[in-house]
Write a protein that binds this ligand. Structure first.
Ligand code: PLP
Length: 283
């Protein structure tokens, strides 16, 4: 039986209920986080909490639970749901709470809704072995993509476009520039240099993106936080996407054309192997 956390209580998932006027439901007025769990340990917890703290501040959300409380609740959910071994994820969502519908904020004292759950996760190792295909899609999002808001309609439409095309991910293009995937960041290698869209309001600053950049520095891989454009795509030697449930995923086909030699790239796999060491330990 799955145990979740909702507004101060640990309860069976099947018994959890929410008010129909919750602003998460009515307006998409909330933020979320997904954190990886490996053998009971939260991966890069402090980075996730820092991003959450920034999102809460930017959205002017003030839950009763502190960031330290959230970490403690995550740990209890991991134990309660039997995730002390193997792979899992912790999902968290904080909305502006339930109140009669008005666009402006609800009255002072309205309690934020805080929902958290922990579940098993199957790592897509099979996809990594062969590499995946992606398609491009117009970046129709707003200009605060750096906030991890639950208002995910463009991402939903983009990912469905990927599913409709039988591929792994859609890659957003804004004014001719590759920004990121629907739920991933993306990196390319051109002339031996690793590149990704710079941290800004036009992408979500992924925790996995940050770790990947750190690993590139450690491995001495030339790196520049600079974007690539649609006209650069035929020159890509390698391409990959990163995310909490994706790790480092090689892309071997983009819009139906092979990337590089059509196999997972060498730099990509060096970065994945270094990431796997961080996730699972070992030398
Ligand atoms: C738009 C977008 N970019 C990037 C990411 C990857 O972020 P992270 O590595 O923190 O999971 C996500 C994750 O959900 C996302 O939604």
């Amino acid at each position: 039986m799955s145990i979740i956390y909702l507004n101060g209580q640990f309860i069976p998932r099947a018994t959890a209920t929410l008010a129909i006027d919750d602003r998460g439901f009515i307006f998409g007025d909330g933020v979320y986080e997904v954190t990886r769990v490996v053998n009971g340990e939260l991966f890069e917890s402090s980075r996730h909490l820092k991003r959450l703290g920034r999102g809460l501040a930017d959205m002017r959300l003030q839950p009763e639970e502190s960031l330290a409380d959230i970490e403690e609740i995550s740990r209890r959910l991991i134990v309660e749901n039997g995730l002390t071994e193997g792979e899992g994820t912790v999902y968290l969502q904080i909305t502006r709470g339930a109140a009669p519908r008005t666009h402006h904020f609800p009255p002072a004292g309205t309690r934020c809704t805080v929902f958290m759950s922990a579940q098993k996760f199957v790592v897509p190792h099979d996809k990594r072995a062969t590499g995946v295909s992606v398609v491009t899609y117009p970046d129709i999002r707003w200009s605060r993509c750096d906030i991890k808001t639950v208002n995910l309609i463009p991402a939903v439409l983009a990912k469905q476009h990927a599913v409709d095309n039988g591929v792994f991910e859609s890659i957003f293009v804004r004014d001719g520039t590759i920004t990121e995937g629907s739920h991933t960041n993306c990196f390319g290698v051109i002339d031996g240099e690793l590149r990704t869209y710079p941290a800004s309001n036009f992408i979500l600053g992924g925790v996995t993106r940050d770790v990947t950049i750190e690993l590139a520095h450690e491995l001495g891989i030339p790196f520049e936080a600079r974007p690539f454009h649609v006209q650069d795509l035929p020159r890509l030697e390698e391409f990959f996407v990163t995310g909490t449930t994706t790790d480092v995923m090689p892309v071997v086909q983009l819009d139906g054309r092979p990337v590089g030699n059509g196999r997972p790239g060498e730099i990509t796999m060096r970065l994945y192997n270094a990431m796997a060491k961080r996730l699972y330990g070992g030398t």
